[in-house]
Design a protein around this ligand. Structure first.
Ligand SMILES: Cc1cc2nc3c(=O)[nH]c(=O)nc-3n(C[C@H](O)[C@H](O)[C@H](O)COP(=O)(O)OP(=O)(O)OC[C@H]3O[C@@H](n4cnc5c(N)ncnc54)[C@H](O)[C@@H]3O)c2cc1C
Length: 487
């Protein structure tokens, strides 16, 4: 069935066909006792697609939309009950659709990421779920534009867009393995309450943040553990204007942006400082790794306050993660307490939202055909196979893209090394920490998603591997989909 035959707005899910074979089937113990249990082989029902995208997060949503719009029968697999990923659970702000222009007199402000990421913003604006592109008015390290989102509306809006595009969305479904066929992936194994199934496809995109699919497929990877884990808590019943006045009174205004809040223009939508020198609060905040920066698109709500925790081992270690989950929940509760105690207008604040599970800016680092370097970013280098351009760096002005320009993300940086038909996007690519501080930002992940999803669909249609796709075909498709390029 062609995607155009699907009725608009009807969500394609995995009901009925093929599901249910393994759920609830008791498995007999082969030999009682012992340290290992040998799992018996099972016959799994197979479903066939052209493109499988693993992970419906920041990059995965855009990848699935791009693949389905190319006409590919596309499956999107997501462990949680909704799309959105870390953008709805971490910073809640999209950085940045624009170049860093302010530090370079004479350089024009320009929107360098467009296409599907901009469409998501347009849809959010229609339902009151976005601040618009809010220019930073203060903020030494954010010489750009901050686009704040309503985390819950983001989930709904992207879910609806996926349904409209005819993507087969499998939420509450875990990607649990890869079925290899020589140097390529034949299919993936998924698990849900409907049972264990195999999804076959021609092309695959790993958007799981952790590189789960690439790891299952035998790709080379490392686990740098170079970021603290960092969850965010949404705080309700607060007054953001009083919060900003409090920061100002304490000489601690690090960041300020104005945009749409509760339907009114020119309101504070981002405010904060890295730290605040209020005796009692500063020590307590430091002890829980709390930052003071927040975004909002609603009156009376701080969309996020971050709490950090540096783990001794990589966040792929389940037992250490369990300990960290508890500790970070304690920290988030403490953060709300500090707001109640010290910040005027927050006396009756409460915890309105928490990240559903531990967030991190990097889990596994997957080896790809090309690794974007720090000089690539800082020197504003471009490539003959780029899928997008990007101009933001999270550590400006310490690190800035030269002359307020852009660098390119080459297609080869998304091709997983050694595997014929697998692309990767998002926080799992780019080894250099300081280059990653640019490529891992939300808007860059979204743009990579559009590039990878488009390429995966074109490869599937041509029945070719990711290295055999002519760049001209990819570029034409991206141009037609309103992706911005400098030349
Ligand atoms: C606290 C915090 C604050 C941040 N602040 C900002 C900010 O202000 N601005 C900014 O631009 N960036 C910010 N970032 C960085 C940015 O949010 C991330 O780098 C980016 O969202 C990562 O996108 P992604 O597509 O790689 O992964 P994600 O958005 O995390 O998507 C991965 C998806 O895959 C799913 N998944 C994973 N494994 C499986 C599996 N085995 N089976 C099925 N599904 C699976 C997950 O549930 C998730 O939905 C922040 C990050 C954090 C943690």
């Amino acid at each position: 069935m062609n995607r155009r035959e699907f009725s608009k707005g009807v969500l394609m899910v995995g009901m009925g066909v093929g599901a249910g074979a393994a759920a609830g089937t008791p498995v007999k113990a082969a030999s009682p006792g012992g340290d290992f249990y040998e799992e018996p082989a099972q016959k799994l029902p197979v479903r066939k697609f052209e493109v499988v995208i693993a992970g419906a997060g920041t990059g995965g949503v855009v990848a699935a939309l791009a693949a389905a719009r190319q006409g590919a029968r596309t499956a999107l697999i997501e462990a949680k009950g909704y799309p959105g990923g870390t953008v709805t659970e971490g910073g809640t702000a999209l950085h940045s659709f624009y170049n860093l222009w302010k530090a370079f007199p004479g350089v024009a402000k320009r929107q360098v990421v467009r296409g599907i990421p901009q469409e998501i913003v347009d849809r959010l604006l229609k339902v009151g779920g976005c601040s618009g592109h809010a220019e930073m008015l203060e903020g030494y390290n954010y010489d750009s534009v901050c686009t704040c989102i309503d985390t819950e509306l983001y989930k709904l809006v992207t879910f609806e867009m996926l349904a409209e595009a005819g993507v087969h969305v499998f939420v509450n479904t875990l990607l649990a393995g890869a079925i290899m066929d020589g140097p390529g992936i034949r299919g993936v194994i998924v698990e849900s309450r409907s049972g264990r199934e195999a999804f076959y496809a021609r092309s695959f995109v790993d958007c799981t943040a952790y590189g789960d699919l690439a790891a299952y497929a035998g790709a080379r990877y490392t686990e740098p553990n170079d970021y603290a884990v960092c969850n965010s808590v949404g705080i309700g019943n607060v007054d953001i204007d009083k919060y900003y006045a409090f920061l100002k009174a304490n000489n601690a205004t690090g960041q300020l942006a104005r945009g749409i809040r509760s339907g009114r223009l020119d309101q504070i939508v981002r405010a904060g400082a890295e730290s605040i020198n209020v005796p009692g609060m500063v020590e307590a905040a430091r002890a829980i790794g709390m930052g003071m920066i927040t975004t909002t698109v609603h009156d009376n709500y701080l969309m996020f306050i971050k709490c950090n925790l540096q783990m001794a081992v990589s966040p792929t270690n389940r037992d250490e993660v369990a300990r960290a989950e508890l500790e970070i929940r304690r920290r988030m509760a403490k953060a709300v307490e500090l707001f109640r105690q010290y910040v005027p207008g927050c006396e009756n604040a409460f915890m309105a939202r928490t990240s559903p599970r531990l967030c991190i800016r990097r889990g596994r680092l997957i080896r790809c055909d090309y690794d974007v370097t720090l000089p690539d970013v800082l020197e504003a280098r471009h490539f003959d196979d780029e899928v997008m351009v990007y101009g933001f760096h999270d550590s400006a002005p310490h690190f800035q893209v030269k002359n307020g320009g852009t660098y390119g993300i080459p297609y080869r940086a998304l091709r997983v090394a050694g595997i014929e038909n697998l692309l990767a996007t998002g926080m799992m690519i780019t080894s250099n920490h300081d280059a990653h501080m640019s490529t891992r930002n939300t808007v860059c992940c979204m743009g990579q998603g559009q590039g990878a999803g488009t390429a995966a669909a074109l490869c599937a249609a041509r029945n070719c591997g990711t290295r055999d796709l002519p760049y001209s075909a990819l570029r034409d498709a991206l141009n037609q989909a309103a992706v911005y390029f400098e030349t």
